[in-house]
Design a protein. Structure first.
Length: 388
């Protein structure tokens, strides 16, 4: 395989294991990243639980182990449009995988500075990528990592469809059938940027006929993939703090250090989940099944199961005997909700779903136990609040 792919944000939690997976599968991979997530670690005085090597060390170790070369380009796409466009024209990628957005809802709600940064970065990057594809004149397939959070967490009793909804409009005595994007109901500034992304994709697909796949991903759990387990220098991030730690990983780290499992509010909130290995699987499947020329934006729900937070805490508590503690919910959200999610699109192209019962919880617990001495317990509880 000689297909060229850019992985934007390829140094991050989802981008790094995906870049390795695609390289392992034979893609010619270029990572483009401004290393902002590493800089946010400095701003928050909180590092990944797992020790992360510098990007050059990561890539040299990958080359040593596999013989495969991943190029790295330090570019801030939000601010360096001309540099990014020049690289597209030089390398002529077949596809671009877009992870290059500030990915934390709590961080986006921390204060006005982080709210403005999230909007300015996320929307500028997405629009610059779309505009650069048009300016290049190349037929590039764009795969974007979105979030299930664009839908909100109330389903009106129905399974959330994959992007589109057939509706009947009744007005002035006339009924008209049409298809719309499933109504957005974002729950944070971060989620709002993802809903704006979807509108940009809709427009550029309609106007410029860009081929786009938008993946609405659930909450990611786990740390390592087949590739990141090959050497400690390749280990993936493990965020545990109140801003960037995803809920299941936070629970597992808390259990490892003897901290109570902290549930925000009632724990009746239902969320969609996916293992990090399946994240890499889904990106690969999306690249293998691109939209055809003239096809509308392909939207996949990238999630394998749903659970309430209290159910998750109960599973971890049963495994570890950890105490469960409810704390005030810093978010503005319903105390409980039902969530049903369609994911037929990925199942139909061969996704092998990894579930919580598949034994990988123990693997994540081993990672948390191994590096627990790196944990700063003062960073565990949430400090970002949705309202002052």
């Amino acid at each position: 395989m000689n297909k060229k792919v850019f992985v934007l944000g390829g140094d991050g939690f989802c981008g790094w294991p995906t870049a390795l997976r695609l390289s392992n599968e034979g893609y010619d991979v270029t990572i483009i990243d401004n290393l902002s997530r590493r800089k946010i670690d400095i701003d928050l005085y909180c590092e990944s639980l797992t020790p992360i090597k510098p990007i050059d060390k990561r890539l040299s170790r990958w080359k040593e182990l596999t013989g495969k070369v991943i190029d790295f380009q330090l570019i801030d796409i939000a601010l360096e449009y001309d540099v990014f466009l020049e690289l597209i024209n030089e390398k002529r990628p077949d596809a671009i995988v877009h992870f290059a957005e500030q990915r934390s809802a709590p961080y986006s709600m921390k204060n006005s500075k982080t709210k403005r940064y999230t909007v300015n970065n996320n929307i500028s990057v997405t629009h610059n990528v779309l505009a650069a594809i048009v300016d290049s004149g190349l037929d590039i397939h764009l795969v974007h990592l979105g979030t299930m959070g664009v839908y909100g967490y109330g389903t009106a009793g129905i399974s959330i469809p994959e992007g589109y909804l057939n509706v009947t409009i009744k007005k002035d005595g006339i009924e008209a059938d049409t298809e719309i994007l499933y109504p957005a109901n974002p729950g944070s500034i971060y989620h709002t940027t993802k809903t704006l992304d979807a509108l940009l994709f809709f427009y550029y697909n309609k106007n410029d006929k860009l081929r786009i796949t938008d993946l609405h991903q659930g909450i990611v759990w786990g740390t390592n993939t087949t590739e990141t387990k090959m050497h400690e220098d390749l280990v993936n991030r493990f965020d545990y703090d109140g801003d960037y730690g995803t809920v299941l990983n936070r629970f597992l780290m808390q259990a490892a250090i003897g901290h109570p499992l902290t549930i925000y509010g009632t724990g009746g909130q239902t969320r969609a989940f996916i293992h990090i290995n399946n994240t890499a699987d889904c990106i690969s499947l999306a690249l293998q099944n691109p939209p055809s020329n003239g096809e509308r934006v392909k939207i996949f729900n990238q999630a394998t199961e749903t659970h309430t937070l209290i159910e998750l805490a109960g599973k971890i508590s049963k495994l570890t005997n950890a105490e469960i503690k409810h704390i005030d919910n810093p978010r503005v959200e319903d105390a409980k909700n039902n969530l049903k999610v369609d994911n037929d699109n990925f199942l139909n192209v061969g996704l092998n779903c990894i579930k919580l019962q598949d034994g990988l919880l123990e693997e994540v617990m081993e990672v948390a136990e191994k590096y627990k001495d790196r944990a700063d317990q003062s960073k565990i509880l949430p400090t970002s609040k949705w309202r002052k």
